[in-house]
Design a protein around this ligand. Structure first.
Ligand code: SF4
Length: 78
């Protein structure tokens, strides 16, 4: 079962105008929930495949997915 089941969606999706420390705090909370999720890999794959523009999916933020997409496009490796 997904670890985020029953958790408010506001933990995974940013409210309008959120930035700075509030955003970092919320994202850290969401990532912590994802860390122990038994379906993390599937969730992450879905978000990357569907090019989900918003929210934390599989422990990845919107910025993480954008970086990942850029790397994939350019063939960059880490
Ligand atoms: S990995 Fe996906 S399904 Fe699991 S807690 Fe995170 S957002 Fe929810």
């Amino acid at each position: 079962m997904a670890a985020c089941r029953g958790v408010a969606s506001s933990v995974f999706f940013s409210p309008d105008g959120e930035r700075g420390r509030a955003r970092a705090r919320r994202e850290a909370n969401a990532r912590q929930i994802c860390e122990d999720c038994p379906v993390l890999a599937q969730c992450r794959d879905h978000a990357l495949t569907a090019d989900e523009p918003y929210g934390i999916w599989g422990g990845m933020t919107e910025a993480d997915r954008r970086r990942h997409a850029r790397r994939t496009r350019t063939g960059e490796r880490r």
